[in-house]
Design a protein around this ligand. Structure first.
Ligand code: GUN
Ligand code: FE
Length: 445
């Protein structure tokens, strides 16, 4: 396949933006990036796809998502974390059966795809995690996912499992799904957060990741002040300090949020090369706080972006996360903080690096997988200047999921001309509505 866009935002080591260039794709990889060549196009006519008005960018990478929560959008508004979990999210997740879970996953994947996201790190669900994996395989998205682990739950005691079966289950799941779909799917060991996990579960799930090369450890950390007070009461330590004391953080650990982090813990983030998944919409909506991302970046700490779950956002669009990641820091750190190019990189190559996938995805370079998004930056809400600088500005400050025209993963179209090739939205909505209704009835019982 030969793709001829208006321009290419490569996100390569020189941050090149190419005009009058095309890319050639073979077996799901980019095999060449060259100057437009009409003679070559004529010779390969049947392989050429022209997108004269569209900007080609790497597919977006989101490093913190809860697919199982998509069904609960709009059902848990205006609450702080612990109430949000206790009164809404845990009861809802607890009521999932395989059908409602599948509806939730499909709804989430379709929204992510239509918004240009091609890779995600998912937190998973307590029960029926195989449903999530099977739909990930079916959809062809690139994902690291894993069963969310809960063996203690004071907030909602019905919603937990026991330590031994949690550990047995994840070993089986990792054996079954890690490195499947041509390596697109990997396992992520996912203890929910300190308050829902015994020390044994946190430690042994971390140890297990060593048996599965390329797998990750993924949890919530340092999100809410009441949560942190309870962690301090139980463990006499701050959140990341506690993780470090039991040996569960390294460069394959992704911590979502990292808002309330002291100096000692910031140093741990840096020294241990821990990955921070920044979720600005969720952090604002749950009233959790504002993470000091400019400080993390200055120290060379890995930062990437995620929408978290639909009931805490209420949207899965990376465009909202990029825009907010930039804007919320400016009143605190000055208008120069978090410029558009920096933020765009958090949503692409930095996301790939966080997941140790930077040799495969995150930029448009020869040898990388063809995970690509085509944007229309020509609408009346975009900049009229055609300068290179205005491209990042247009993407971060002036675009939305609506600006996404087409999406490809490993050389396969998933969205073409704004149409999902995977799912029928009307059908998804009908089915999701029906499943939600049944789920809410189960919650009442
Ligand atoms: N901490 C534990 N579970 C969750 C969750 O589902 N969402 C968020 N934002 N924080 C959490
Ligand atoms: Fe989360």
């Amino acid at each position: 396949m030969i793709i001829v866009p208006k321009n290419i935002v490569t996100v390569d080591s020189k941050d090149r933006i190419l005009k009058n260039h095309f890319i050639e794709i073979e077996n799901g990889r980019i095999i060449s990036i060259k100057k437009n060549d009409e003679k070559y196009f004529l010779k390969n006519k049947q392989r050429v796809l022209r997108f004269d008005d569209l900007t080609l960018i790497p597919g977006f990478v989101q490093t913190h998502i809860h697919l199982c929560q998509t069904l609960f959008r709009g059902l848990a508004d205006d609450l702080e974390l612990l109430d949000w979990l206790q009164l809404r999210i845990f009861p809802y997740e607890n009521a999932h059966n395989k059908n409602s879970l599948l509806a939730s996953v499909r709804l989430g994947l379709n929204e992510l795809l239509l918004g240009g996201t091609t890779t995600l790190l998912d937190m998973g669900t307590l029960r029926h995690q195989e449903v999530v994996f099977e739909e990930l395989q079916n959809s062809g998205l690139r994902a690291i996912a894993g069963k969310c682990l809960i063996d203690e739950n004071d907030l909602f005691p019905q919603f937990k499992s026991d330590t031994k079966s949690e550990l047995e289950d994840i070993y089986q799941l990792a054996k079954t799904f890690h490195n499947t779909s041509n390596g697109k799917i990997k396992y992520g060991f996912a203890p929910r957060f300190v308050l829902s996990c015994s020390e044994k579960l946190l430690k042994e799930s971390f140890e297990m990741k060593k048996d599965f090369t390329g797998s990750l450890y993924h949890t919530h950390s340092s999100e809410n002040k009441d949560e942190l007070a309870e962690i301090k009461r139980r463990h006499k330590k701050a959140n990341i300090e506690y993780f470090d004391s039991i040996g569960v953080v390294d460069d394959h650990s992704v911590l979502a949020h990292c808002i309330h982090v002291d100096e000692k813990e910031t140093e741990l983030l840096r020294k241990k090369k821990i990955r921070v998944a920044h979720c600005p919409s969720s952090n604002l909506k749950l009233g959790s706080g504002i993470a000091n991302i400019p400080k993390y970046l200055k120290k060379g700490i890995s930062v990437s972006l995620g929408a978290d779950g639909a009931p805490g956002n209420n949207n899965l669009s990376i465009f909202n996360e990029m825009r907010l990641a930039a804007l919320i820091q400016k009143p605190i750190h000055g208008a120069k903080a978090m410029d558009a190019k920096t933020v765009f990189k958090l949503a692409t190559i930095k996301g790939a690096e966080a997941l140790h996938l930077q040799n495969e995805i995150g930029s448009i370079e020869v040898g990388k997988k063809a995970d690509l998004t085509l944007l229309d930056l020509t609408s009346n809400t975009h900049s009229l200047s055609d300068s290179d600088d205005s491209i990042y500005s247009d993407i971060v400050y002036a675009s939305s999921a609506n600006s996404v025209n087409s999406v490809m993963i490993e050389g396969e179209w998933k969205v073409l001309n704004k149409k999902s090739l995977l799912y029928d939205q009307t059908e998804l909505n009908q089915n999701s509505k029906a499943e939600l209704k049944k789920l809410l009835n189960r919650v009442k019982k």
